[in-house]
Design a protein around this ligand. Structure first.
Ligand code: ADP
Length: 161
């Protein structure tokens, strides 16, 4: 039985799709570390510190979650933490090839950590941080797609800058 899982991602910002995966992981593992990895290629909107804070505020109802950030390789980070598994979410078929590539590289880097996939809840199949940012930028209604704290943070980013 696994004890510690890591949910890695950009979380720029956390959506209800991410939260659903985190909540389900927290019900299976004794402890879950949600770790923000800074993928500069994605030109993030929020700083790592802001993303960590939004994750903390969105998961404070869950007792066994730790929020962290890292600029190391995921598999080095997993080794350092003695993680049993890495959890990734899968939405549409389009996620599949990308995740296959990362997983096979990660397995080569650290064969001791298993990567597990959770299927998204249908209602979040087409939900991504980038879609949410695009909608928020043009004053679209994003209620129900992100935690309330994220809705507020997006308003501040786009309309009070
Ligand atoms: P990354 O840059 O590592 O892909 P993301 O923040 O985009 O980071 O995603 C983090 C994880 O959450 C990934 O495993 C991704 O597949 C998953 N994820 C993102 N959106 C959803 C969603 N709507 N439903 C389920 N899983 C999701």
């Amino acid at each position: 039985m696994g004890k510690l899982a890591i949910c890695p991602g950009s979380f720029d910002p956390i959506t209800n799709g991410h939260l659903d995966i985190i909540e389900r992981a927290s019900g299976i593992f004794e402890q879950v570390i949600v770790a923000v990895f800074n993928n500069q290629a994605k030109s993030p909107l929020f700083t790592v510190e802001e993303r960590v804070k939004l994750l903390e505020e969105s998961t404070n109802h869950l007792p066994n979650i730790i929020i962290d950030s890292s600029d190391h390789l995921l598999m080095d980070y997993a080794k350092e933490k003695h993680a049993d598994a890495v959890i990734r979410g899968l939405r549409a078929v389009s996620d599949f090839e990308y995740e296959m590539q990362i997983t096979s590289m990660n397995r080569k880097l650290n064969p001791e950590v298993e990567t597990l996939f959770m299927m998204t809840n249908n209602q979040y199949s087409f939900l991504s941080s980038s879609m949410v940012k695009e909608a928020a930028k043009y004053h679209g209604d994003i209620s129900g797609l992100v935690p309330n704290v994220v809705q507020t943070a997006l308003k501040e980013k786009y309309h009070h800058a």
